[in-house]
Write a protein that binds this ligand. Sequence first.
Ligand code: KG4
Ligand code: ZN
Length: 341
Amino acid sequence: MLGLETSCDETSAAILRRDEILGHVILSQDEHRLYGGVVPELAARAHLAVIDDVVREALDEAGVGLGAVDAIGVTAGPGLIGALLVGVCWARAAAFALDRPVVPVHHMEAHLFAPSLENPEARPPFVALLVSGGHTLLLHALAWGDYRLLGQTRDDAAGEAYDKVAKLLGLPYPGGPQIERLAREGDPGRHPFPRPMLRGGQSPDDPDYLDVSFSGLKTAVSTRVAEVAHQGKLERERAHLAAAFQEAVVDTLVSKTMRAVEVTGCPRVLMGGGVSVNQALRQEMTSRLGDGGEVFWASPRLSLDNGAMVARAAAFRLERGEVAGPELSARAALPFPGLVE
Ligand code: KG4
Ligand code: ZN
């Protein structure tokens, strides 16, 4: 299986034989650095410039030619439409030329599959916390392809909050790793930030019991940054602000996941998406889940956007006969397959 990922700012291709990764290339675009965020048009152009070479290098690493590929899996959404189209058009053209099936993949379902590439135990049933730059989802996976939505963000995604707060603190994009590094030197107690949608006395019947929201937290950080800057203390307080923000995000995400574990009675937790790389989040999740639970995540390379997870999800979808016709297109807001609200 050849897996292609071009939904945002990584161009990636992987060759899988079942769960074994034979070749895997991930190229992160650098052209967005100047702008403090991903510029969609630049992303699409950069994918187009490198996709042939990225696939060729993955094939070389695997020691096979394109003719050895049985099927092509590609992220068809959600994501930036111009960026997605590069992968989808490449996949369609190659599938036509080789007379092989093309399998459309949902980017967030691919994140669900990533840990299973390294650990065969990382399979349903589990409660999944998917935290990326564009999405924050809490779901109950009963089986592969059979998902119940438990909660989601009402506004910003967790990664988006990291990226925006990083910008407020004058840190470059992507903000997640920058804030994590700075937070290690800070005292989270110096700036008490709110825990969004986390109040005492909430009951499972409340509509926001399992949802999250990060825009209020972002505003609280922004207000505090302005106050501290006005007092001329921003440089001195930056690490403390980063630590306090991160503590609020981690506490919120872990508390909501613990509620999901309680509601479902399922103590197996899987974390996926770029923010799941965060060490503070991983530690807090492991410690709050305790000995009675299990937590799964992928190595950083497979947690961030990559083609291997796309190939793995595509293999599952292909097994179910889900092959696209030549009319396949990309969808910026593709619905999550098998997810029941
Ligand atoms: O899954 P991903 O690679 O791309 C999307 O599907 O969006 O996630 C990227 C997001 C970015 O917002 C980035 O800031 C965040 O993941 N991220 C992190 C860390 N590494 C990446 N957030 C917190 N801590 C990290 N160490
Ligand atoms: Zn992603």
